[in-house]
Design a protein around this ligand. Sequence first.
Ligand code: UT7
Length: 351
Amino acid sequence: MSTLLPPGVHAPGDPAVPASARRRARHRPPLTRAGIFGVGAALPDGVVTNRDLERALETTDDWIVRRTGIRERRRLAEGELLAPLATEACRRALADAGRTAGEVDQVLVSTVTPDRVTPGLAPDVALRLGAPQASAVDVNAACAGFVYALDHAAALVESGRAEVVLVCGAEALSRITDHDERSTAVLFGDGAGAVVLAADDGLRVGCGSFVLGADGASADLLYADLDERKLRMQGQEVYRHAVRRMVESTSEALARSGMTAAEIDLFVAHQANRRIIHAAAAELGLDPARVVVNVDRVANTSSASIPLALAQAQEDGVLRPGATVALAAFGAGFVWGAGVVGFKERPHAGD
Ligand code: UT7
């Protein structure tokens, strides 16, 4: 293919172009940066504890806590919609950022469990928020969906196509959980979290150093198919890949941002399993004090888990304005991603 191009010009992916050069070409520093200026979360009222599950399944609180760190999860009631929960998370994120729904250019909702096959959740969330001017779209990248959506949102802001983007992860995994199968029934929960991303020229870290990946060959290790609509997983295999991919992508995101692990204030990874999170953190050289874990309270909420963990960390006083945060996620696909982001680097975007 490159023979059709002028001498010295190579097609994308041409092996004549060294990988490092290709990467540099694809990552020009943006003129405007995107920053996270607010975070919000919303959980359903229904709580399902490990003790509740002991009564329904051949499992124990001790097994679940030891193998996963999970103590309880939230569940939407039968027939309850996810869109109001996602909208509440977005409202709280906007309030936290001191912004209004009328300022939002796009609503990006990451979900694998929308209220209908189509339309997606995002248009409904925009409507409920009172943001008729906003474009709205769903992203499906399983448990890595929030990181993917954040990268897309940052690209919109950095390119000048948008000023303010709401990025929400909202999941009702109870809808696609086999509640009779103990190896997965104990793992999943419902919830929604959101962040406000906005343009600002004065940010140091911003939201630009994302590394995303995909490997469709591993789809059969974690999936829910159209007929059955239940999550099926080969847990140990997924565990192994999750640690490896999150470590690799976080290391690369750190390198891309020109930082070392020592400069990271907090590590907020997808909350699938406490052991996975701590194993990845240890490999990255991050001590447990800098690792956010809330899987004990909400279980695995797929793409809602990172914004839920960010909101929890802020509420606990662990995530403070000006923090540099490493995000990492892994999920069905396989898909994975990591990024280094600045949290509330300035009190208000554009100040
Ligand atoms: O969100 C997307 C990414 N997802 C993940 O990253 C999840 C990755 N995987 C994991 O987190 C872990 O593999 C699990 C938590 C799913 C399972 O933990 P494990 O330590 O890998 O357990 P295992 O699957 O190897 O099962 C160990 C034993 C088995 O019994 P035997 O064969 O040793 O007699 C299971 O049958 O534990 C048994 N077991 C249970 N026992 C009590 C499986 N589920 C349960 C249960 N209660 N709920």
